[in-house]
Design a protein around this ligand. Sequence first.
Ligand SMILES: C[S@@+](CC[C@H](N)C(=O)[O-])C[C@H]1O[C@@H](n2cnc3c(N)ncnc32)[C@H](O)[C@@H]1O
Length: 327
Amino acid sequence: MVKTKPFVKWVGGKSQLLEQLDAQLPVDFGDWKDVTYIEPFVGGGAMLFYMLQQYPNICHAVINDVNPDLMTCYRTVRDMPEELITSLMDIQNIYNELLTEDARRDFFLAVRDRYNEKNLDPIENTTKFFFLNRTCFNGLYRVNKKGLFNVPFGKYVNPQICDPMTIRKDSELLQRVEILTDDFEATFDYAHGNTLFYFDPPYRPLSNTSSFKEYTKEAFNDDAQIRLKKYCDRINEAGFHFMLSNSDCKGKSEDDKFFDVLYAEYQIEKVWASRNINSNPVKRGKLTEILVHNYTTTKANSYNGNTQMNITSIYAAEDKAQYNQVI
Ligand SMILES: C[S@@+](CC[C@H](N)C(=O)[O-])C[C@H]1O[C@@H](n2cnc3c(N)ncnc32)[C@H](O)[C@@H]1O
């Protein structure tokens, strides 16, 4: 089978962590029947496309993101792949024939202005979204307070704007996916039977200066992280499974136990990740991420006894005391 990948580059994309995430799934996940898989912060969908290919027992998937243009891309790829490929080939040919960097920058800025007018049909909107994603600085998606996309020109020569094989394969996989554009809490009613939620919310910044989390005009602050934890409680009480990833804020300070305290009742594991959105290469090292889940036996700990360090037990006693202060 040809393995496919996400059709957009997305900050915080999980491509490099798929193996570790897979190892933290419930041990018998592959044997569950008629699975519903829900991703309330889908972003670029690295985990989504992995799961859809790896687990044919996922009969139904639901994806959501608060970014309306991103979700229009998912619908366009699912429902109109051939029209999209034609439109992307057109813009790619025009762009790659421009001979100077100034000409490419002018073209980029004209596309960005037109995109920000926000009155485009789905094919044109998705074409411009893909174009900006491949030609802007580092493939970032960032909007200003007015919700206008403001990432600068990326100076790439001959970028691949159209990747027909990825679009066709992703389109095929998306046929069993329901696509929502809402706040993450709107996904609850879609859960039934054997359901796994995977959450990859905007990261809590690791330092006061590295605050890249402006995917949307509303910041995802600590109140939002706490609201998400309460949503996880609701999922847990209803008998569904969840797994959640976030940055480990102890990378910032040994004393910062925000997530250890917040998720003290659940299993917390650590994984290593490399971040590459920092413009200073020296700061693009390996950082620790946390993974939280509400089930005890994962694929990893059933293979090897205790391969991953479970930090819940280390902090359990003092976290219980701090827990009420956070909530
Ligand atoms: C870290 S990214 C997800 C990365 C993604 N899992 C991947 O592999 O590319 C977080 C996403 O959450 C979305 N988001 C922010 N606030 C949200 C909210 N309140 N409800 C739903 N989605 C939200 C952002 O638009 C962004 O795409």
